[in-house]
Design a protein around this ligand. Structure first.
Ligand code: KG4
Ligand code: ZN
Length: 395
């Protein structure tokens, strides 16, 4: 096995949910390629990800996607220093496709295999792009909000010796993830899947204060004795800043019922089903909704973003974070970016977001997160398996 990592070329592979992705990243800084085969249109018919279909599609896509990533990067397998793959969290069958392929590849090539936590990947997407722009490293400790369809987590991140990163989970959702709430509310309102981009596009057309949604206080979490993970030390005594998004979803449902919106929702669902060309980016999208629905959508987004913002900045202040990183699919949201940026500016806290392409799932983030592990020679063993509930850092 090669001992040096002079070129720092890592092939990243990501298959934890509904995107088959591969990317080649040099020294955790420059993405030479970043290929994503999305299964969105397949799952859109069901209004959510169907695990069995996801695994089948990953199987179909993994070889061409990796080949495409290698070809766009203009490198050969022999040039690689390591292959990095998502170990978890995610769908077991979906993860296994990427892991099995990565293991076979590294075995055949006699190269190191690096396992990466998907959530750590989301954080490193932002750090990689900051390095690519030659910005000064983010001040540590940094507070990372990873907010997507499957996760709403706050981590306090530090860099230890030998380039390694350590994470402390200081907040998480106790029920639905924020992106899941977006998707469920969009589905309830007869909009397309995934719901985030639709609500993002429609919200500016409504009054965000029309429906006063509220979020209750969540008590600091009790210890969770049943949950163990070999990679997650159990104790984490500090304050926690947890989230809950199932209440607002129910509140939207109640609003729909008490305001008799069902009929117009069904008409919208039928119109969208009949005209697949309408996308959340199109200018005509607001014409699909009456003003009451637009106000409801704007109020939902205003409340969700406000809640994410309050918890994140409260955590940053209480824990003495010196910078903030926002990542995950919901980090693509325009209102979220605007309000978080304004609040960070007000407090004089540096804040960074990924580009839109690296907000949602991709493999460049997996290769970027693997770079410090390559430097530290932190390699996965040959018996690496999928860990669907994998946690990141100290809980
Ligand atoms: O990170 P990601 O691609 O996959 C997961 O790890 O879950 O995130 C997908 C989630 C979906 O719930 C989607 O609705 C949400 O991110 N999303 C958005 C936006 N774009 C994607 N949510 C709000 N606003 C957006 N612009
Ligand atoms: Zn993700």
């Amino acid at each position: 096995m090669r001992q040096s990592s002079e070129t720092g070329l890592i092939l990243g592979i990501e298959s934890s949910c509904d995107e088959t992705a591969a990317a080649v990243v040099r020294s955790g800084t420059t993405a030479l390629s970043n290929v994503v085969a999305s299964q969105m249109s397949l799952h859109a018919n069901y209004g959510g990800v169907v695990p069995e279909l996801a695994s089948r599609e990953h199987l179909r896509n993994i070889v061409p996607v990796v080949r495409e990533a290698m070809s766009r990067a203009n490198v050969t397998f022999a040039d690689l220093d390591a292959v990095a793959v998502t170990e978890g969290p995610g769908l077991a069958g979906a993860l296994l496709v990427g892991i099995t392929y990565a293991k076979a590849l590294t075995f055949g090539l006699d190269k190191p295999l690096i396992s990466v936590n998907h959530l750590e990947g989301h954080i490193h997407a932002v750090l990689m792009e900051a390095r690519e722009r030659s910005e000064a490293p983010m001040d540590l400790p940094l507070l990372a909000l990873v907010v997507s369809g499957g996760h709403t987590h706050l981590y306090l991140a530090r860099q230890g010796s030998a380039n390694t990163w350590t994470y402390r989970n200081v907040g998480r959702t106790v029920d639905d993830a924020a992106g899941e709430a977006y998707d469920k509310v969009a589905k309830l309102l007869g909009l397309g899947y995934p719901g985030g981009p639709w609500i993002d596009a429609l919200a500016p057309h409504g009054n965000p204060r029309a429906v006063p949604f509220t979020f209750g206080h969540i008590n600091s979490r009790p210890p969770r004795p049943g949950v163990t993970n070999k990679k997650a030390p159990a104790t984490n005594e500090g304050p926690h800043f947890d989230f809950s998004f199932s209440g607002i979803k129910t509140a939207v449902l109640r609003y729909v019922e008490t305001h008799h919106l069902r009929e117009s929702i069904e008409a919208r669902r039928a119109a969208l089903a009949a005209d697949q060309s309408i996308t959340p980016k199109s200018e005509t999208v607001a014409n699909l909704c009456d003003q009451q629905t637009l106000d409801l959508i704007a109020s939902f987004q205003y409340a969700v973003v406000g809640n994410l913002q309050r918890q994140t900045f409260a955590a940053a202040e209480a824990l003495g974070a010196h910078s903030i990183v926002i990542s995950g699919g919901v980090a693509a949201n325009s209102e979220l970016r605007r309000r978080f940026q304004a609040e960070a500016d007000r407090r004089g806290l540096p804040i960074a977001f990924p580009s839109l392409a690296l907000s949602t799932d991709n493999a460049a983030m997996i290769a970027a997160a693997a770079w410090p592990k390559l430097l530290a020679r932190d390699f996965a063993s040959e018996d690496l398996g999928a860990t669907p509930q994998l946690r990141l850092g100290q809980q």
